[in-house]
Design a protein around this ligand. Structure first.
Ligand code: ABU
Length: 385
């Protein structure tokens, strides 16, 4: 298809959508937001994954009740039974996506137990389960995020065959500057603080990572066309956000959002934009800048809490993975095993739920949104603000 230019002004959810852009339709990579019709997606893999070393950067984000697990298992494969169950559940997610007409791509299987050494540290790896964490797709460009955990330093290698293929077919491919991840990037003392102290420190702009050098995970960015929302978290620092801002230039507005969150890591279980002017906001993590969305006419929905037993091994995340959903388009959502209240919330919004049970995959730290990275959605660059 030939390139085309558009000048468009329409209204959806009361939001003014203004666009003036050229979409190179033949590019294999093209995604401007979280809800345009999904055509191609990368789904992560749990095979080959390893429990990360219990490092200064990692420890403060883990609930104390799980510390013995990480102390014992660091550097080893995750328990076989959980890995097997998660593998099967993710295969089913892939089948559902294919059934819905989406092309599914997978990363390479890599042995993440392998130990590596740089001039600044020694570590073993983690996994390639969450492409949302490591790949930031903005229009026709894929940015490999620098990450901030040493265990994720080489994670991009699992995605390189796909990156090369997309590059050959015309995508723009960028690797953000790799941090040294030397000791200066982390506050060693952070795991000694109580939850209340960590919330206070976050309010003062203090997190596990320092501003020694830029670092970010892609999952701390949420895209809504020309407006991209980022959070300063334990894995994304202000220098990292500034790098993305300068790299993308004037075409995009990067907004920094802050939430009352004891362990901020990745924005998509806190604030997940599911349509033009429509976002899910975690009711336990109020957003300080929420008025700007109200003023812009956005609808902000607070999802119900997911009912899950306390002994469920959510080693690396909160129960709020329930709102970590993937939109197939404005009217269809892939959601993990929704309870009645969650299903009703989507139905009330006129959205059809396509359920998938990936609860064992949750144990690796992410929900459906984290497990995927949309490579191609049919749509154009618009403004919703
Ligand atoms: N992958 C990040 C999970 C974040 C959370 O549990 O809130």
């Amino acid at each position: 298809l030939a390139n085309f230019s558009v000048n468009l002004l329409v209204r959806t959810h009361g939001i003014r959508r203004l666009s003036s852009t050229t979409q190179p339709d033949e590019c294999p990579v093209c995604s401007h937001n979280e809800w345009d019709p999904l055509e191609e997606v990368i789904v992560g893999r749990v095979e080959g994954s390893a429990v990360p070393p219990f490092s200064d950067a990692f420890k403060p984000m883990i609930e104390k009740r799980h510390w013995p697990f990480f102390e014992k298992m660091a550097g080893k494969p995750f328990p076989e039974e959980v890995t097997k169950k998660a593998t099967v559940q993710i295969e089913e997610l892939c089948n559902i996506l294919r059934h819905e007409g989406v092309t599914v791509r997978r990363p390479e299987i890599i042995d993440f137990t392998k130990v590596y050494e740089t001039p600044d540290f020694t570590s073993s790896g983690f996994h390639a389960a969450m492409p949302r964490d490591s790949l930031l797709v903005v229009g026709n460009e894929i940015i490999e995020a620098p990450m901030s955990w040493r265990s994720r330093f080489f994670e991009h290698r699992a995605f390189r065959p796909l990156m090369k293929e997309y590059f050959k077919k015309g995508a723009k491919w960028t690797a953000a500057p790799k941090p040294t991840m030397s000791d200066d990037l982390y506050k060693k003392e952070f795991s000694n603080f109580t939850d209340a102290e960590k919330i206070k420190l976050a309010e003062q702009g203090k997190f596990v990572t320092t501003e020694f050098e830029p670092c970010f995970d892609a999952a701390d960015f949420m895209r809504a066309g020309k407006d991209i929302f980022a959070q300063r978290s334990n894995v994304t620092n202000l220098m990292g956000i500034e790098w993305v801002k300068r790299h993308l230039g004037d075409k995009y507005n990067i907004h920094i959002l802050s939430f009352r969150d004891v362990n901020p890591i990745h924005i998509d279980s806190t604030f997940n934009i599911i349509g033009p002017g429509l976002a899910l906001l975690n009711p336990e993590r109020p957003c300080k800048q929420i008025d700007m969305f109200h003023k812009a006419g956005w609808k902000i929905v607070r999802p119900p809490v997911w009912v899950v037993s306390d002994d469920y091994p959510l080693w690396l995340s909160s129960k709020w993975l329930s709102m970590n959903v993937l939109m197939l388009d404005e009217k269809r959502v892939i959601c993990c095993d929704p309870d009645t209240a969650t299903r009703k919330m989507f139905e009330d919004l006129g959205i059809t739920v396509i359920p998938v049970d990936i609860r064992w995959a949750f144990c690796f730290g992410g929900g459906v949104h984290c497990w995927t990275s949309d490579i191609r959605r049919r749509g154009i660059l618009e403004s919703y603000f």
